[in-house]
Write a new protein. Structure first.
Length: 415
């Protein structure tokens, strides 16, 4: 809350020379006291604040309205307003600050709404400043007191009580425009990713309903698909009951349920076992190209938690409640085959009734399926892998651009 001398960012547009001023946030924003007293907005127009998506319609974002019995005391949020949500998130334990770039609506009293003082501030500059988790946490930490229920003890006026470094409005707008261009490119890549994923779903649906068939190398038709059961298509090899007592800071990785995501491995919380375990339990070693499936709570949001072992997890050990898929069929084909929605629904139905739901071979072996011969499986696997490679490329481009943006945010603002 102290007032410090002006500062200059590490990276700056050359036309600007003046130092940035250390201003109290109430010089840039003011509390909006507009309420939905006349019920201009209904429960269908309640807004939520998302760390990833910003300010969005609650029903579109969460699938339903969480509004109270009456919304007459909800705060009005107009386009260009700043909203602070007094709810903790994993990366933002003191809440998040976002700009409403979309349609107007209302928010519950758990949110604070602010108007931008146009003579001093640019709303998009303020949002970009607080888009860095470190900035948001650094600013809010000294102001917020948390209650017994992890709720925020801070009034709307006091949120504006601390200071941030800001340039003159012209430079704010220049910086905001620069980051808006990056955001536009990120959104275009996300849209490309979404289109590819929808295309993949359509191709898979046509392949597995046999509306699309492939030819042999000599141009002749492949044989009819075989009617069989899932138990004859693949087997599940269960992992070993390694103990957390044996975990160490550095050693051989072991694959736990939390490491198996939807169609990709997760790297956030990797655990290690002593190196000698690699030889002691070598029958449980995983290699790049193996496929693993979560055996406890294997289905999340209608999708199966199945993933390919990549370079990162090569030579890791398989833990209990994670299964390795064993088959004489093409493993990549099986990976895609198991992503069919009707099959996931059937698996979910067969493992229902236990808490948590546990998957084992005996529950699903009897499920009737049709599969092609291995040579056609290979063609199918290649086609779908090519689409996935394009999706992975888009994801990589998005991640690289986000990292580029984050690095620039850290150097183009003063703290």
């Amino acid at each position: 809350m102290d007032k410090r001398e002006s500062k200059i960012p590490l990276i700056r547009f050359p036309e600007f020379k003046e130092g940035w001023e250390h201003k109290q946030l109430n010089e840039l924003l003011k509390v909006s006291k507009k309420k939905n007293k006349d019920l201009k907005y209904s429960k269908e127009e309640v807004l939520s604040v998302s760390g990833e998506l910003g300010i969005v319609n609650q029903i579109e974002h969460l699938g339903r309205s969480y509004a109270g019995a009456s919304v007459h005391n909800y705060g009005l949020v107009e386009n260009g307003d700043i909203v602070y949500t007094k709810s903790p998130l994993k990366e933002n334990p003191y809440g998040i600050i976002k700009l409403n770039k979309g349609v107007p609506g209302i928010v519950s009293t758990l949110y604070a709404v602010y108007k931008v003082k146009d003579n001093n501030a640019d709303g998009e500059f303020i949002e970009h400043y607080f888009s860095l988790d470190a900035n948001t946490n650094r600013y809010l930490r000294p102001l917020v007191r948390k209650g017994a229920k992890n709720d925020m003890k801070i009034n709307n006026e006091y949120v504006l009580h601390d200071r941030i470094f800001v340039p003159k409005k012209e430079e704010q707008k220049r910086i905001a425009h620069f980051f808006n261009v990056i955001d536009t490119k990120i959104n275009q890549l996300k849209e490309k990713q979404n289109l590819l994923e929808e295309y993949k779903k359509g191709v898979m649906q046509k392949i597995f309903t046999q509306k699309i068939r492939f030819k042999k190398e000599d141009g002749s038709d492949f044989e009819n698909w075989d009617n069989t059961t899932l138990g004859k298509v693949f087997k599940i090899f269960n992992g070993y009951a390694f103990s957390s007592k044996d975990s160490c800071e550095n050693g051989v990785k072991w694959v736990k349920i939390a490491d198996v995501g939807i169609q990709r491995m997760q790297r956030e919380n990797v655990s290690f076992l002593p190196f000698e375990f690699r030889e002691l339990h070598k029958k449980f070693l995983l290699k790049k190209g193996d496929f693993v499936i979560a055996l406890t709570r294997p289905i999340l949001n209608g999708e199966l938690k199945i993933a390919e072992i990549d370079d990162f997890f090569h030579n890791s050990l398989l833990n209990q409640r994670v299964g390795k898929i064993i088959s004489s069929n093409n493993l990549i084909f099986i990976y895609y085959f198991l992503q069919q929605q009707w099959l996931i629904n059937s698996i979910e139905k067969n493992i229902a009734g236990t808490d948590p739901p546990n998957l084992s071979a005996k529950e699903i072996d009897h499920i009737k399926v049709s599969i092609p011969k291995v040579k056609e499986q290979e063609k199918i696997a290649k086609i779908l892998s090519n689409i996935d490679n394009k999706i992975a490329k888009s994801i990589n481009q998005i991640d690289n651009l986000k990292n580029y943006k984050k690095a620039l945010l850290q150097q183009m603002f003063c703290y």
